[in-house]
Design a protein around this ligand. Structure first.
Ligand SMILES: Nc1ncnc2c1ncn2[C@@H]1O[C@H](COP(=O)(O)OP(=O)(O)OP(=O)(O)O)[C@@H](O)[C@H]1O
Ligand SMILES: [Mg+2]
Length: 326
């Protein structure tokens, strides 16, 4: 790990405007990432994980306007307010992606060998022939058996786990310095999940690549991340080194997410532990701490003022809960 962070995100705030709605799914997010390091962004569905990572890179669906403020510095280049050309030059090359839905990210009508080679050719400026050889290497690197035959297959011919390996091959084809992996294992069963995570970690170590790993699962965080940023309703609830946050969480939401990790001794049909209730619907402004209605530790006053993210008794961990960190 070098001393200089390659990614510095500061006060990132994002408003999304569609024909019908205006919401703020990302509100004052800050974090840093160094080479070789993994930051997990964790939170329930709708907490703003995907928008946090993809909107600053100009990767929002058609029809959604993202108003991005704050700062996202990638190797010294400011992405907030950057023109499309700058963003395009980084996407897929210096910054690789694994999208949340591998089926929609792959082209169903093209052989996977072509899809991998295309990325290598485009970003590495190599000949089609060299790109084909690179595709074969990548297929091997992601641990697919019978690589020559695999190159000729179409996405629908592959299992979910194999498709995810193809997605990984595409995302690292140009040897990015940063990989953003959005729920890379969510659609897979537990055994395959573990294999894919192990593969990602191996590739990361080999390439000394930084990784932002988006997940809703604290179990994934435990196995794969150096640091964790817990997001709730677009805001940071807690951030710190993974082993510290998992052992001594300092925000009630983090506690709930940890409690929801399935345990080996869970009886079949046992009551779901985790969190009760639902996150707030974005749209109306949130007054005070957004977690208050679901919080077992809330006191009078929690709903009144927005709790700032502050250092806790452990200076390496920041949390936005004055009640547990008085
Ligand atoms: N295409 C869109 N159009 C309108 N609003 C959107 C869109 N995408 C996201 N949002 C808003 O942003 C919020 C956060 O979305 P985001 O996709 O970042 O959540 P997430 O944490 O990645 O959830 P999930 O775990 O389900 O992927 C949503 O709850 C929604 O209000
Ligand atoms: Mg998402």
């Amino acid at each position: 790990m070098t001393a200089e962070p390659i990614l510095i995100v500061k006060d990132l705030t994002i408003d999304l405007l569609t024909a019908h709605t205006a919401v703020r799914p990302v509100d004052s997010i800050s974090y840093q990432l160094r080479r070789g390091e993994t930051l997990a962004i964790v939170g329930e569905s709708g907490s703003g994980k995907t928008v946090t990572c993809f909107a600053p890179l100009g990767l929002m669906p058609v029809g959604v306007k993202a108003d991005v403020s704050g700062s996202v510095l990638f190797e010294g280049t400011e992405l907030v307010g950057a023109n499309e050309e700058t963003l395009r030059s980084l996407r897929g090359k210096s910054i690789g992606f694994i999208f949340q839905d591998p089926m929609s990210a792959l082209n169903p009508a093209r052989r996977i060998g072509h899809q991998i080679a295309e990325v290598a050719e485009l970003h590495l400026g190599i000949t089609p022939r060299a790109a084909e050889a690179r595709a074969l290497d990548l297929i091997k690197m992601v641990g697919m058996s019978d690589p020559n035959a695999r190159l000729k297959q179409y996405p629908h011919e592959l299992s979910g786990g194999l498709r995810q390996r193809v997605m990984i091959a595409i995302s690292i084809a140009a040897e990015p310095k940063l990989l953003v992996a959005d729920e890379p294992t969510t659609a897979l069963d537990v055994t395959v999940q573990a294999q894919i995570l192990r593969l990602l970690k191996e590739i990361q170590a080999r390439m000394d690549m930084a990784m932002v790993l988006i997940t809703h699962d604290m179990g994934v965080v435990a196995g794969a991340a150096d640091r964790v940023l817990v997001m709730y309703a677009g805001r940071q609830a807690e951030v710190g080194p993974t082993e510290k946050v998992l052992v001594a969480p300092r925000h009630p939401y983090t506690m709930g997410l940890i409690d929801a990790i399935p345990r080996r001794d869970d009886a079949i049909g046992s009551r779901f532990r985790g969190l009760s209730g639902l996150p707030p619907i974005l749209g109306a402004p949130i007054k005070g701490c957004a977690f208050t209605p679901r919080c077992r530790h809330s006191v009078e006053g929690c709903g009144a003022q927005r709790p700032p993210l502050r250092t806790t008794a452990d200076p390496a961990v920041m949390a936005a809960c004055p009640v547990l960190n008085a």
